[in-house]
Structures are given as C-alpha cells and as structure tokens.
Design a protein. Structure first.
Length: 404
C-alpha cells in the first residue's frame, strides 16, 4: 500500500497555524542574520530559499513533525506570499531543493543560535522559579531516536539489550532546565555511547552565580562537582550510597559538615567541604529506603534541611520538560527524520529552539495572568500555535525585502 503524505488542509497558510511572531519574538531575525554572518552562511545571491528563511523552516519542521517536508514548506511560503502581497515571487522548491538548502545551512548555525538565544527566562515575578533568592535549575540527560540510515547508525550508534540492537540509532543529550519555566538550555548532544557525565562537563558551563542546581546521583563525582562549583552556582546533588562522608560537625537542623575527595587515599588538603542531608520518605509509595544529598550551602540558616530535602524532588521538573520535547512536540514514537548526521544535529537544535519559543510564549502568558507557568498546559499551547495566533511579525523570503 502506498504511503499517504501527511498534508495540511488545502489553501492553508503558515499564518493559519503558526504565529511567526512567536518565533521572531524569541528568535529575532536580526540575531539569526548575525549568526549566519558569523558562520559565513549568509546568502550571497538570491536563492529560492535564503539562509535566514531556512533557519525558521527548520524550526517549523519541529512544530510539524508528522507533516512532510514539502507540505511544511508550501504552507510557509504561501504564508509569506500572502504577507508580502500577490506581486511577490516565491518559488516552491522540491524535496531535493529543500535538502540542498538545509545542507548549505549546516547545523552549526542552529547550535550557535541555540547557545546565544536560549537562556533562562524567569524574572522576579515568575512563580515557582525561585528558592530564597536562588534560581532553581536541574541537570539531566535523555535520548532521541533518529532515522534508521547507515550514516546515522555509524555516527550515533544504537542501544542494545538482551534481544540485540535497537530498531533505531539514538543520540544522547544532556541539558539544564530552568525549573520554573521548563526552558532547556546549555544543551549538548553526542552519540548514544557518549556518557552523560562527559556531556555534562560541557553543559555545566551554563551555570551562573545565583543558581541552585539540582542533580541525581548519577552525575556526582569529585571532578564534575568542582567544575560545577567553580561557575559560582550553588549545588544540591544526590550521592550514591557507597560515597563515604565522614561526620566532621553536626549542625542544629540535623545535617552535618563533611568533605569529598578525589579518591580514598587523597590527602586531607584535597578535600572539599560539603554539607550532608540524610532523610527518608515515610509513607510514600516507591520511595527508596534513604536519600543522601550534598550541597555547597553550608549554613543551615540560609537553607534548612527540611526545605532542601523537599526541594530536591523538584529535580523531576526536567523530566516534565523532556516529556514536552519528546512526546508532545516531537510526538510519541516519532523519530527525527533527517537522513544524515549533520541534518540530524540541525533538526535537533531546531526542536530545542521551537520548544524555547513555545515556553517563552507560556511564560509571558503566565506573567500576565499572575500564574505559575506550570499551570499552563503545554499541549494546549502547541495546539494553539499550530492553529492560529495574532500576527506580530513576519519573515521575508528575501533578505532584501521587508514587510511594511
């Protein structure tokens, strides 16, 4: 049976489904052009698909993962034609033209745009984003399946188990998330075989003074802890049960001061001071027998034990952000469809930029309503963006043309 190409209703324009203003508000055209210039990717001559249009096209692909390449481009260009007027000449290129345009763009442009634009959004008025003046962020990793192509398999590898290799190659990525807004930032990707700690060594560069970073026990190591601490951020990480933490001083709130070392035989001079918090979750289904956290906040008056113990479990906010990215935006059981590793990387950063644009819209709505951003439905927001929003701006198909 022939495969039916997914299409949007006939006569659709991109403005009927996406407010380009949502993209250009968070990803301004001027910054897109600046990145293109820095990467020497700006279009030097008139093309059917100028580079700055391709950037937004890649992001639009992430918003319509189940729709064909050509169909998304058709709607995008019809929308642009409508905005520019009937005299504007826009040629709808074919599949090979789309592929060539994306290949010319490469993936480094999308990565640099992500690094420059995607930042924490919470302000003082943002509910659920702060703890006693600290901006709450979490560190974690996940995987995404990519198209089953030989090049992708060679570049990213496959998971394996008792039944053999997985059906699809997978990439691995690690991110920071701003807990209050679910913005994923500082993200780095690698092959499936790349360890999360290896990626985290790059990701923690996104930490800043005034942040309180939460992380699970899988990320704890002497080296990574010190790298993260050197950023000026405060840390609250869980440690494995085999990490030895000698009691040096008991504190009034039940926590105690200790030191961590690079090895069991390391001299005391290499020890780094930490505060240890131990607790149990009584009467909670599926709770583990005991939890043990270490933090850089040594003064219990600044952050009491009970508050930090409760706060640690907000680390699961990053799981919610990953679910938004992988299930509600990408779509359950849908793989990244690009056929080559470079275009997979390009598509991945387009997906992150689309998520950021959506989360930016949700944050603004929450501020206007005086609500916690968590109380706004991500699924509903995606549906609204795909349907229609007020038009705030547009992307001209030629760098030389502007919308009046």
């Amino acid at each position: 049976m022939a495969r039916t190409i997914a299409e949007l209703p006939k006569g659709s324009r991109i403005t009927d489904y996406i407010s380009l203003g949502v993209l250009t508000t968070r990803l301004p055209l001027s910054q897109v052009k600046s990145v293109l210039q820095a990467q020497s990717k700006a279009s030097r001559r008139q093309r059917d698909l100028p580079a700055h249009v391709v950037v937004y096209y890649v992001i639009c692909l992430a918003l319509f993962m189940q729709v064909s390449y050509g169909e998304v481009l058709r709607c995008l260009l019809e929308g642009l034609t409508w905005l520019l007027g009937p005299r504007a000449s826009v040629k709808v290129t074919g599949k090979s033209g789309i592929s060539q345009a994306r290949t010319r763009l490469g993936w480094e442009v999308m990565r640099q745009l992500h690094e420059e634009v995607v930042k924490p959004l919470a302000g003082e008025a943002t509910r659920g984003a702060w703890y006693r003046g600290w901006r709450l962020v979490s560190l974690d990793g996940s995987t995404l399946s990519v198209a089953d192509e030989q090049e992708n398999a060679q570049a990213f590898g496959r998971p394996s188990g008792g039944r053999g290799e997985g059906a699809y190659p997978q990439l691995r990525f690690v991110s920071l998330v701003e807990n209050g807004t679910h913005v994923l930032f500082g993200t780095h990707l690698g092959s499936y075989a790349t360890g999360e700690i290896t990626l985290a060594e790059k990701v923690i560069a996104g930490l800043r003074k005034g942040m309180l970073c939460l992380a699970d026990r899988g990320f704890f190591s002497y080296a990574l802890w010190n790298r993260a601490r050197a950023t000026g951020a405060d840390l609250l990480w869980r440690v494995k049960k085999d990490v030895r933490l000698t009691v040096e001083q008991l504190l009034p709130d039940g926590s105690y001061l200790s030191r961590i070392y690079p090895s069991a035989r390391a001299p005391q001079s290499e020890g780094v001071g930490v505060r240890v918090i131990q607790y149990r979750l009584e009467g909670v289904a599926d709770a583990e027998p005991a939890y043990r956290l270490v933090t850089t906040i040594l003064d219990p008056a600044a952050a009491p034990t009970e508050e930090l113990a409760a706060l640690y479990h907000e680390r699961w906010e990053i799981e919610g952000a990953f679910d938004e990215l992988k299930t509600h935006l990408r779509g359950a059981k849908i793989v990244l469809r690009s056929k080559t590793p470079d275009l997979v990387r390009q598509e991945f950063y387009g997906l992150l930029l689309a998520h950021f644009a959506l989360r930016g819209l949700m944050h603004e709505a929450a501020l206007k309503a005086g609500e916690d951003p968590d109380r706004i439905s991500f699924v509903h927001t995606v549906r609204v963006i795909r349907r229609k929003l007020p038009l705030y701006g547009a992307i001209p198909p030629s760098a030389s043309k502007t919308v009046p």
